[in-house]
Ligand binder design. Structure first.
Ligand SMILES: NC(=O)c1ccc[n+]([C@@H]2O[C@H](COP(=O)([O-])OP(=O)(O)OC[C@H]3O[C@@H](n4cnc5c(N)ncnc54)[C@H](O)[C@@H]3O)[C@@H](O)[C@H]2O)c1
Length: 466
């Protein structure tokens, strides 16, 4: 039985961005969790991760199959490979007796997601899907307000995932998710978190769903006259095109504009750099507020110098004209869902927002909750009878990934120590089924009726089961 001197252990499959982000919890709280094994094909990532977590050589592997070939090396296992690499290690790990922490999406189609749920039921090993927003204080504050009856009975939800125009171009036009066939429909890749929130707030499984949308902008016929295949090949529309690649990857202008809307020194620094780009380089200390060359620049090249970035734009996918990148993802999609208890919800996903962020509105019989999950975050409740508005405190750093990642790991470590799982895999399945149904409804222009999906619902505070 795990204890303070003998904390529960976790094996990590995929020591990339997410694998490292979750494993950090064990470094910060060694008394709560120990990383006992890793599988990672990239030798640099593998060795760095093994050294960081002091994993003995016998528990370091180049592939998840080797890790899962022998007896269990840990109490739990995290699958943090890319989307198409979740299903196989998830099934194998459940069969080997591991409790699973599984990155979203669970898998790329409905049958595979159901296979994971079936294997979890067959083996009795629970699967916790990394729907991190449930663990963020912003979204938890909404759930608490519902539980406390601040808006009476929930009737309808209006939720939007506003993807910024440059993030859309980076990930869903030029980048890894540009082609549905090579990755997954954007509604699954981007919105399984959002469907999960709708499922959590409604407190019931979905019964019907309809979805419409399409690709409006990133088509060859929309290319400016004379635009070459790459931004770096002298495009005549460079000055007016919001997608011109050097502006994002070399100068970080969109990121600066986002930062400029914030307060404090960071907001001031970003505003100054935007207004006086030449002068800014001469002001000591101001470089701290220049956009970092982390994501999205780190996705396009390992050489983060100006020359390295220009080389990547001149040769790789991220320098391509967005109109000629052959993306087949949607750039706007709207979905409506009816839940079994009569609550209805709409979800707008669109890739033309001036800034990244989610917005939400929940209307109940006694009040309304309005939230903006962007910038510093805003959340308020308005009472129908008195008209009084009350701000719900948004604490910590709810908009960064860090807070929610830590809270998820805290809950998973508690689960490995004998507590209840923080979420039910059957509910996570519902959110994926909604995403698949939205894709089907949009492409087949049909309303989808759900049948035979789970009726299990976790306790509304997300901290256990009923
Ligand atoms: N929950 C969230 O909010 C959230 C946020 C971002 C990404 N994601 C998801 O997390 C997953 C991982 O994303 P990432 O950005 O960390 O990707 P990544 O590419 O940085 O990491 C994936 C790692 O898996 C490794 N890998 C590949 N094949 C392997 C094998 N056979 N055995 C073991 N390891 C193998 C790769 O070498 C890589 O290091 C994706 O499915 C992504 O959609 C979730």
């Amino acid at each position: 039985m795990p204890s303070v001197s003998n904390p529960p252990s976790l094996a990590v499959v995929g020591a990339g961005d997410r694998g490292n982000a979750y494993a950090r919890f064990a470094l910060e709280h060694p008394e709560r969790l120990r990383i006992a094994a890793v599988a990672e094909p990239d030798p640099v990532r593998r060795e760095r991760f093994a050294a960081l977590h002091r994993i003995p050589a016998a528990a370091v592997f180049a592939d998840w199959r080797e890790l899962l070939d022998g007896p269990p090396l840990a109490d739990g296992l995290l699958v943090a490979t890319q989307d198409s690499g979740h299903l196989e290690p998830a099934l194998a790990a459940l069969g080997r007796g591991y409790r699973l922490l599984l990155e979203k999406p669970m898998a790329l189609d409905e049958a595979s997601c159901r296979a994971i749920v079936d294997e979890s039921e067959r083996t009795g090993n629970e699967v916790v899907v990394c729907h991190v927003l449930r663990h963020s204080s912003f979204w938890r504050a909404i759930r608490r307000a519902l539980d406390e009856g601040l808006i009476g009975e929930l009737v309808s939800i209006e939720h939007a995932e506003n993807v910024s125009y440059w993030h859309m171009a980076h990930s869903y036009v030029r980048g890894n998710w540009g082609r549905t066939g090579d990755s997954s429909p954007m509604i699954l890749a981007k919105c399984s978190h959002d469907f999960d929130l709708l499922r959590w707030y409604s407190g019931a499984p979905p019964v019907t769903l309809a979805s419409v949308g399409g690709l409006h902008e990133f088509r060859p016929e929309k290319a400016p006259p004379g635009a070459p295949g790459r931004c770096t090949d002298g495009c005549p529309a460079a000055a007016s095109c919001p997608y011109e690649a050097t502006r994002l990857y070399l100068r970080g202008e969109p990121l600066l504009r986002d930062a400029a809307q914030g307060g404090g020194a960071a907001g001031f620094g970003a505003r100054f750099i935007l207004r006086h780009p030449r002068f800014a380089a001469l002001v000591p200390g101001l470089e701290a507020y220049a956009p970092s060359r982390g994501w999205p620049v780190s996705t396009i090249t390992a050489d983060l110098s100006d020359a390295g970035i220009l080389e990547a734009l001149g040769t790789g996918p991220y320098g391509r004209c967005v109109y000629r990148a052959r993306s087949d993802q949607v750039d706007h999609q709207q979905t409506v869902v009816e839940f079994a208890n009569g609550v209805t919800a709409s979800l707008t996903m669109q890739g033309h927002s001036h800034r990244e962020g989610r917005t939400v509105r929940l209307d109940g019989t006694r009040g309304t909750i309005r939230g903006i999950f962007a910038g510093r975050g805003e959340l308020e409740v308005i009472d129908h009878r008195t008209g009084r508005k009350a701000r719900l405190p948004v604490t910590g750093d709810p908009l960064g990934h860090g807070e929610a990642d830590r809270a998820l790991m805290d809950a998973f470590a508690r689960f490995l120590s004998g507590g209840a799982p923080p979420t039910l895999v059957s509910e996570s399945l519902d959110s994926h089924l909604m995403a698949f149904a939205a894709h089907r409804s949009r492409t087949e222009r049909q309303m989808v009726r759900f049948d035979g999906i789970s009726r299990k619902t976790s306790k509304t505070d997300g901290s256990g089961l009923d």
